[in-house]
Design a protein around this ligand. Structure first.
Ligand code: ADP
Ligand code: ZN
Ligand code: ZN
Length: 736
């Protein structure tokens, strides 16, 4: 129906879990100019609620009777919060991942803007010395040591680092005092050049690096796609830096994504050390205010470099010049709950919409990216060797069968560690299991401690003196006796990082042992502190889970031991082989940088397994060939496309009913997709809920997309959907 003359019909996205937008009436007088998509408004919703909404479109018509439409209350923004390209990206992502548009849009906004706060940049200022202050001797402030220290700081430094330091509470009073005495004054912030670290080391790029950077820079304004492949330490970061310099010189911005927060400090330092530009970071550990500020600076172009984790892919950019996804294979680019997007894939689409190149960098590219190079969707850039004198590690395999063990360690590995301790070198032992032991069983009858809410065993944590479930976080006090037979001997079986640390303390009592896993790094800043300790050489043996496998740079590390490689060899997930190969190369890459030849020792009971054999050659490309051949034979990604419909509930019949109806709906659409299930998930019960899934497969991505959209809307209307939790996962990374 048509609206009357002075009224517009606005299509508005609201933060509600429905796959649609809502029509509202807007009086033309509310708008100085016709409302543009991306503008926020306040609207009535439900009986008495108001919501912030985002305008997606304007029209004169509605499918609903105009008289029934509600009126918007106010207009919040003059300028859209998302520019046209970003809005297009968000709409694409909502439809590609079958996730409600309102939740996608609101999820991309910093929290204060979701609430409807106006976009306001904090007016920032810096502190600087007055002429008096510049020539003053701090000994004149003896009675006020805080002020004296502050004066010394101001006299010896300037720039971003100092500005950040001065935000610390402890300086508030001394600053005020110096201000009153006319020793300091407020000044406007000078960004850009002031952040340049004059001590920047100037590295002469090698031929491969020059070639790689030049290839990208030649076609700057095009949405070209590159896979930058180079082993750890081959100088990929230097290539990024070279490209970013060119991008910034052209007045454009660079967005760099890294898989986890822990990797940002090192990278910021290197960026600031070699590029004179304003860098902002975006990740979940920032306060709402800091996030908003970075978001604003990226959107208005004040920030030239934006460095962030997964969700930074949604940051507004004034003039994007390049997208860089470091460690592109990393699974953390895929959000594993609610809106299940892949930041890497979203960035690829963003590059296309923004007409700017994208570079995916990795020492262990995903099979998808390698296949994209084969099919020439991506150009390949390769760095062939490690820089400087560092070379590939020497790899050896220890056949553990029948060997005498010291805890989780074979005698040979113990000897190798002892040799490094003797030479005062660092050792990293990799064990992807936190806690003390992954199994606790009754010696009398074999009963095992299981999680009461999941289909999994409890993990024994000795430090915390608890049994803990790593799936649902249930915890209980360790039992004194077996509930089945009353037996009093409950044995911890298998080894976690805690137990490994105990073994090592017994074997090497004078070694400084550092355990780095999610338990030991829970406290804010502790990860950073441990990394510094490692870099400084203040630790001899590091015990780490996969947390430690990623991108960190440990200059003093000599030996890496892979304590348990067997578990990764046998798994129901078709990606397990790929992950094991990546993990192995990444972990081994920690050894032997900066002139040390590294050693890697793998412990296994299956020394002849093909994956173990290809590890010895340290040849990821060979790995990839084996894995891709398998995937092709079984028609799995990247040779086909998958979508998973997951559902869970306390009553399994409700879940099965929903999935059966969902399957029927899909069959009715006659789309010629392969459908498997409903079937139980690998972990069938979790946190008390039964989990089932439907797997959909096709070789035709467009067909899959065209079918998923109406299908996902049809699921919202199923009665059986009301009783269960369900979600759609397009391009799932884990089938568990
Ligand atoms: P990647 O990102 O591939 O792991 P980096 O860029 O971090 O590799 O480089 C590893 C180390 O080698 C760094 O310390 C870096 O400063 C140094 N480096 C990189 N390129 C060169 C070069 N051309 N000459 C000398 N040193 C280099
Ligand atoms: Zn028992
Ligand atoms: Zn549990």
């Amino acid at each position: 129906m048509r609206a009357s003359r002075n009224e517009l019909i606005l299509k508005i996205a609201l933060p509600v879990p429905l796959r649609r937008c809502f029509d509202y009436l807007g009086d033309e007088k509310l708008f100085a100019t016709p409302p543009r998509p991306g503008i926020r408004v306040k609207v009535p919703f439900g009986k008495s609620n108001t919501h912030t909404g985002i305008v997606l479109g304007v029209s004169r018509d509605s499918e609903l009777p105009v008289a029934k439409l509600k009126k918007i209350i106010t207009v919040i923004d003059q300028e859209p919060v998302f520019d046209a390209t970003l809005l297009q990206l968000l709409e694409w992502a909502s439809s590609y991942y079958q996730y409600p548009i309102g939740e996608v849009l609101f999820g991309a906004l910093p929290p204060p803007l979701r609430r409807g706060d106006p976009i306001k940049s904090k007016s920032e200022y810096a502190w600087e010395l007055t002429a008096t202050g510049r020539h003053m001797d701090s000994s004149g402030l003896k009675r006020a040591p805080g002020q004296a220290r502050l004066l010394n700081m101001l006299q010896s430094g300037s720039g971003e680092q100092l500005r950040v330091e001065l935000k610390n509470r402890q300086w508030r009073a001394p600053l005020q005092a110096l201000l009153n005495k006319g020793i300091v004054q407020k000044s406007a912030i000078v960004t850009a050049a002031s952040e340049h670290n004059s001590a920047a080391k100037n590295i002469a790029l090698n031929v491969d690096q020059i070639q790689a950077a030049a290839t990208v820079c030649e076609r700057m304004g095009e949405a070209k796609r590159y896979l930058l492949y180079g082993v750890t330490g081959s100088g990929k970061t230097e290539v990024y830096i070279e490209i970013i310099k060119k991008v910034i010189a052209a007045g454009r911005q660079a967005l760099i994504l890294v898989p986890e927060i822990g990797l940002t400090p090192q990278l910021i330092q290197r960026l600031r050390g070699s590029i004179s530009a304003h860098v902002v970071v975006l990740h979940s550990a920032l306060s709402a205010g800091e996030r908003l500020q970075a978001w604003i600076e990226a959107g208005n172009g004040t920030a030239a470099i934006i460095l962030g984790t997964r969700s930074a892919v949604w940051v507004p950019l004034q003039n994007p010049g390049v997208f860089i996804i470091d460690e592109e294979h990393d699974i953390s680019y895929k959000q594993q709950d609610s809106f299940r997007y892949s930041a890497r894939d979203v960035a690829i689409m963003r590059s296309k919409l923004s007409a700017a190149p994208i570079i995916l960098g990795s020492a262990t590219p995903s099979m998808e990216s390698i296949q994209n190079v084969h099919s020439e969707k991506f150009a390949s850039l390769t760095l062939t060797s490690r820089t400087g004198d560092a070379s590939h590690p020497a790899i050896s395999v220890i056949d553990m069968r029948g060997k005498r063990m010291f805890g989780a360690l074979s005698g040979e590995l113990v000897e190798a560690i002892a040799a490094e301790m003797h030479n005062k070198q660092q050792v990293l032992l990799f064990l992807n299991q936190r806690g003390f032991s992954p199994v606790i069983l009754c010696h009398a009858c074999g009963w095992m401690v299981k999680c009461p809410r999941c289909d999994t065993r409890m993990i024994y944590h000795k430090h915390l003196n608890t049994y803990s479930c790593h799936r649902c976080n249930s915890q209980s006090r360790p039992a004194n006796e077996c509930p089945d037979c009353g037996g009093r001997e409950l044995l911890p079986i298998g080894h976690g990082t805690e137990r490994l640390a105990e073994t090592l303390t017994e074997l090497f009592p004078s070694a400084r042992i550092l355990r780095i896993d999610r338990d030991s790094t829970r406290r804010k800043g502790s990860m950073q502190q441990m990394l510094e300790q490692i870099t400084a050489g203040d630790a001899d043996i590091l015990i780490g889970t996969q947390m430690l496998a990623k991108g960190h740079h440990f200059p003093k590390l000599k030996l890496v031991g892979i304590v348990d490689s067997d578990r990764g060899l046998f798994s129901t997930d078709f990606r397990a082989g790929e992950r094991l190969a990546q993990l192995f190369i990444q972990v081994s890459g920690r050894a032997g940088r900066e002139n040390l030849r590294g050693n890697v020792i793998i412990q296994t009971h299956y020394p002849h397994h093909p994956l173990i054999l290809s590890m010895i050659d340290y040849d990821y490309q060979e790995f990839a060939k084996i894995i891709l051949r398998e995937r092709q034979e079984t028609n799995l990604p990247p040779y086909s496309y998958l979508t998973l419909l997951r559902a869970e509930d306390y009553h399994s019949p409700a879940v099965e009913r929903f999935l059966t109806e969902a399957k029927n709906n899909l069959n009715l659409m006659n789309a010629n997709l392969e459908i498997f299930g409903p079937m139980p998930a690998i972990v069938e019960k979790q946190a008390g809920r039964f989990r089932y899934q439907l797997l959909i497969q096709s070789n035709d991505r467009n067909l899959m997309q065209r079918t998923l959209e109406p299908w996902s809307k049809s699921l919202e209307n199923l009665k059986s959907a009301k009783n269960v939790r369900w979600s759609i996962d397009v391009d799932p990374q884990e089938l568990v």
